[in-house]
Design a protein around this ligand. Structure first.
Ligand code: DSN
Length: 415
């Protein structure tokens, strides 16, 4: 593989191979990451890279688009079958672009949005002041309960009634529990707001029926395709039929130019994989592993926000371990375990430091690890953090990580 790159650009080839080595060697616990299949990777690096296809199937602004039409229609129809939605736009380049397209399609600058705050597990593109979403719109946030870490739906309703937002956004990037989309719909009906769900993290669970679907309740659903869904790095918008035209017009020509047809081809592959029975088994294993990792950590004295998990991710509050999220991330990285620091509800630390780490099981599950390995990983994490990253422990854990990851190769040693 990569024999041409090796010859023509050894510098880039070396980076590509060292990144592969890192992914094979480390225990990957970043909840938003995954390992796409080789078929997804092949489609993503295919000849569609060369093609401009501005417009939509059957109505393009360039010649030579008949195969592009076929692949985009295939991605659309597979996605519609999986999520049972009226309309799908598969052109967003990322989750943030998908969110931007929905906001710009139905809101005017200055309109009010109600969304989960970043410290509670919301996302930058849901209204953070430094993101376009916070700059163009008037954002009101709801936070999770500081004690339980759970969404307080009565409180969300009170805030919504007080502010009467034009759009309510549910969905999060660090919320370990099931989201009650039906309850959000009831709130949105009381305030006559649009309801939008961003299911980037849980899309794979929704696709396989392990998390209730927002589709029957929401006007708009956005997602990325590379997290639990295990596809290429990109976004998708689903919406009710009546919004199809405004959404499509806002994606192109509103905020994007030519769609990345190679990535749309890879989305079609990923959606095809998500329709197979093995995908459901994979999602079930993600959940079992997440519960096992949570139990393993609790046994080692870790406090988990919300007391556990219903999905693929865990949020650990490290205050009783006397390390910050930043320190923990760095010590674990030294030990070949990749996590990300994460704010916890009512976090006393700044967002760049934080008091927590977020851990997820999609990637370790994709390489075949099971519950036994999750208990082992909890033990490795505990040893590194208890030793405060002491050199001898880190070196011992590194060797144990290497033994473990060699037993579960990601891409079967391709070179
Ligand atoms: N940055 C992603 C995450 O890690 O959750 C969300 O887009």
């Amino acid at each position: 593989m990569f024999e041409h790159l090796k010859k023509t650009d050894p510098e880039v080839f070396s980076c590509v191979m060292r990144e592969l080595d890192r992914q094979e060697r480390n225990i990957e616990l970043i909840a938003s990451e995954n390992f796409a299949s080789l078929s997804v990777l092949e489609a993503a690096s295919s000849f569609f890279t060369n093609k401009y296809a501005e417009g939509y199937p059957g109505k393009r602004y360039y010649g030579g688009c008949f195969v592009c039409d076929e692949i985009e229609n295939l991605a659309i129809s597979r996605c519609r079958e999986i999520f049972k939605c009226d309309h799908v736009n598969v052109q967003p380049l990322s989750g943030t672009q998908a969110n931007m397209a929905v906001f710009f399609a139905v809101l005017n600058p200055g309109d009010k949005i109600l969304s989960m705050g970043l410290p509670s597990g919301g996302h930058l593109s849901h209204g953070h002041p430094l993101s376009f979403s916070g700059r163009f719109f008037d954002v009101v946030s709801y936070e999770t309960d500081p004690e339980t870490g759970l969404i307080d739906y009565d409180e969300v309703e009170k805030i919504a009634l007080r502010h009467r937002p034009k759009l309510i956004l549910c969905g999060a990037s660090a919320y370990p529990r099931t989201i009650d989309f039906e309850r959000f719909r009831k709130i949105a009906d009381k305030t006559e707001s649009y309801l939008m769900a961003d299911i980037a993290h849980i899309a794979g669970l929704v696709a396989s029926g392990f998390h209730p679907s927002p589709v029957p309740h929401c006007d708009f659903v956005t997602t990325t395709t590379h997290k639990t869904l295990r596809g290429p790095r990109a976004g998708v918008i689903m919406c009710r039929r009546e919004y199809a035209t405004v959404i499509d017009r806002m994606v192109f020509p509103g905020i994007q130019g030519g769609p990345h047809m190679h990535i749309i081809a890879a989305k079609a592959v990923a959606f095809g994989e998500a329709q197979k029975p093995e995908f459901r088994i994979y999602q079930e294993r993600i959940l079992k592993n997440s519960r096992a990792l949570a139990q393993g950590l609790e046994k080692k004295g870790f406090r988990l926000v919300t007391g556990g998990t219903d999905n693929h991710l865990i949020l650990a509050d490290l205050r009783n371990k006397r390390v910050t999220g930043k320190q923990a991330q760095e010590m674990l990285e030294e030990s070949f375990i990749t996590v990300n620091k994460n704010s916890i509800p009512a976090d006393p630390e700044k967002p760049f430091v934080t008091s927590g780490i977020r851990l997820g099981t999609p990637a370790v599950t994709a390489r075949g690890m099971g519950e036994k390995e999750m208990y082992l990983i909890a033990d490795l994490i505990s040893r590194v953090l208890s030793s405060k990253g002491e050199k001898k422990t880190v070196s011992q854990v590194r060797s144990e990580v290497e033994v473990l990851t060699k037993k579960f190769p990601v891409y079967g040693g391709i070179k």
